[in-house]
Design a protein around this ligand. Structure first.
Ligand code: NAD
Length: 244
């Protein structure tokens, strides 16, 4: 039997807690990793736990910059030749009322949460293999809006639309899906006002925060053959908060 080629995954925001769980799961599946983040120090520390450069590349990558995405694509091409999975998970969550949002805040949120997804996919597009899969981490905020998080929610809503558009354009070679997490217990949510956090837990039927590994397992599903007829979909992973 011919030996199967090892699969390659690019994960952005890979110093983040959700991305790290995704990387750990992919690593267990023997998938080669290209991990990127703007926080080079934390990224390097994490990548060092996953093996040498032949299995795991760590690249400083500001997702808001197209030239950084092109550099990531060049490194991928040089190291592995192609890409089977892209997980867009870099994100910035800001708490700002409408009166507080300045032009710079707005632009920064759009640049990281929305442009970053587009730039990464655009740069890696020529490397996508037949049967490849892209998973964009959106948010419950992008589905139904979020009080005092308008730039974030708007950008994440854009990610959902981008997902459905690219699912059409990249088919049948590549599937493109999104996940909309609810409240997941990572440092991103530590900044949430304690009263709002408690109120959201109270209105979550499962009565708790989600864990990063509970998002990773859904990413893994969307990348697997078990999801081979799914594209343009967004999965809600929020303990039922969405239906309340
Ligand atoms: N934690 C939640 O409750 C929750 C809910 C819904 C959606 N999400 C989404 O899940 C994804 C992962 O979030 P997390 O909870 O693991 O948060 P996290 O803060 O642990 O990870 C986010 C990562 O993004 C990186 N990042 C920020 N700006 C960047 C930039 N310009 N370029 C590259 N990397 C950058 C950060 O350095 C960090 O490592 C994000 O897209 C977030 O919006 C999280």
């Amino acid at each position: 039997m011919p030996q199967q080629r090892q699969q390659v995954a690019v994960i952005t925001g890979a110093a983040g807690e959700i991305s790290q769980q995704i990387a750990l799961l992919f690593s267990k599946r023997n998938i080669k990793l290209v991990l990127t983040d703007i926080d080079e120090t934390s990224l390097g520390r994490f990548a060092a736990t996953l093996g040498g450069e032949s299995d795991c590349l760590a690249i400083r990558h500001d997702v808001a910059k197209m030239e950084d995405a092109e550099r990531v694509a060049e490194s991928c091409r040089g190291a592995f030749g192609q890409v089977d999975y892209i997980v867009n998970a870099a994100g910035l969550y800001q708490h700002l009322s409408l009166a507080e949002i300045g032009e710079e805040d707005w632009r920064k949120s759009m640049a990281i949460n929305l442009d970053g997804v587009f730039f990464t996919i655009q740069a890696l597009r020529p490397l996508l293999s037949k049967g490849s899969s892209i998973v964009n981490i959106a948010s419950l905020a992008g589905q139904r809006g979020s009080l005092n998080h308008t730039p974030y929610a708007t950008a994440k809503g854009g990610v959902l639309t981008l997902t459905r558009s690219l699912a059409q354009e990249l088919a049948p070679r590549t599937r493109v899906n999104a996940i909309s997490p609810g409240l997941i217990d990572t440092r991103m949510m530590e900044s949430l006002d304690a009263a709002k956090r408690q109120a959201m837990i109270s209105s979550t039927p499962l009565q708790r925060l989600g864990r990063p590994d509970e998002i990773a397992s859904v990413v893994d599903f969307l990348c697997s053959d078990a999801a081979s007829f799914m594209t343009g979909e967004s999965l809600q992973v929020n303990g039922g908060l969405y239906i309340n």
